[in-house]
Design a binder for this molecule. Structure first.
Ligand code: NDP
Length: 298
């Protein structure tokens, strides 16, 4: 099997993290210690693993992490109170609220409570709106990581036709907005699209974020397309279970010019860009603190 077509997310993430580590050292030299607060509500086992990995990665980058664990029955008001405290705490640069939340907590309300400048997941409507207006804001980690991989693979994305399969708030929609910002022509395909396969076949770039194991095979792809597979699906393979993407990798490989594997493609990029967003938040807050306060005219 040719491996030259593989887009190596692990290596790309390591490069991003190495740069973050260096930039954190530069901030520390100015007396600034970047810090990320991670909030976990409840005991969801997968969320516990994600939170542990995020905290480990932060420590490796020299970012201070502060973990808040709230019980599954924690009242919404307590969570909002904690977020308000962290918003006001100048020593905290980024706030990450691990999803999903227990049912009794309104996800939108909780995410909207995070100060936009500390919203390292890029889910606050101020950041979502800023992205769609093409402003420099904190952007969601997974699609930002996908853009990084695409630019590493293709260079300038300007003028390419990109098809995004999926329109979720965390992946599909911000992915489309980022591709548009990179001057692509963008088509978004979803479960109501009439002929998703035919639309995909027109694309120079396909980003699959569906959550359906191996849905997209070679018959969906134009020869030479670049494919970014965001999907992470656990399937049963005989006795063992394993992870596969939304793209049928073996079928797609001969057809494409480059493709991300699952695992080892987009996955490592998400956490790398969480660290990068924490660094950006710390840098922006430091810049704002350095700017002279407006003179008060009496
Ligand atoms: P959602 O379930 O929120 O969204 C899935 C999207 O796919 C929806 O917009 C849906 O359309 C669309 N869809 C469903 N079926 C079809 C179909 N037959 N044809 C075309 N479109 C379809 O998923 P997420 O966006 O949260 O996640 C997508 C995948 O990415 C999952 O496998 C998830 O595990 C993975 N993921 C990976 C991350 C990483 O770090 N690598 C991070 C986040 C997610 P409609 O809106 O019409 O229902």
């Amino acid at each position: 099997m040719s491996t030259s077509k593989l887009i190596d997310g692990k290596a790309a993430a390591a490069r991003v993290l190495q740069q973050v580590k260096q930039d954190v050292l530069d901030l520390k030299a100015e007396g600034i210690q970047p810090a990320l607060a991670v909030i976990l509500v409840g005991e969801d086992p997968a969320s516990q693993v994600y939170v542990r990995n995020k905290i480990l990665r932060a420590e490796e980058c020299g970012i201070r992490s502060i973990e808040y664990r709230l019980g599954a029955d924690c009242p919404q008001a307590r969570l909002l109170e904690l977020i308000a405290e962290l918003n006001d705490d100048a020593s905290v640069n980024g706030i990450l609220l691990q999803l999903p939340l227990p049912r009794h907590i309104e996800e939108t309300r909780a995410l909207q409570a995070i100060a936009p400048g500390k919203d390292v997941d890029g889910f606050h409507s101020e950041n979502v709106g800023g992205l769609s207006q093409g402003r420099e804001v904190l952007t969601p980690c997974t699609p930002t990581g996908c853009i990084y991989l695409l630019e590493q693979t293709l260079g300038d994305l300007s003028g390419k036709h990109a098809v995004v399969v999926g329109r979720s708030n965390i992946v599909g929609k911000p992915m489309a907005a980022l591709l548009l910002k990179a001057h692509c022509s963008v088509t978004v395909v979803h479960s109501r699209s009439r002929d998703a396969q035919a639309l995909c076949r027109l694309a120079d770039i396909v980003v699959a974020a569906v959550g359906r194991p191996r849905m997209i095979d070679a018959s969906w792809l134009k020869p030479g397309a670049v494919v970014i597979d965001v999907g992470i699906n656990r399937i049963q393979d005989g006795e063992r279970s394993r992870l596969v993407g939304d793209v049928d990798f073996d079928s797609a490989l001969p057809q494409v010019s480059a493709i991300t594997p699952v695992p080892g493609g987009v996955g490592p990029m998400t956490i790398a860009f969480l660290m990068k967003n924490t660094l950006i938040a710390a840098q922006q807050q430091a810049l704002a603190n350095r700017q002279p306060k407006e003179a008060v005219c009496l």
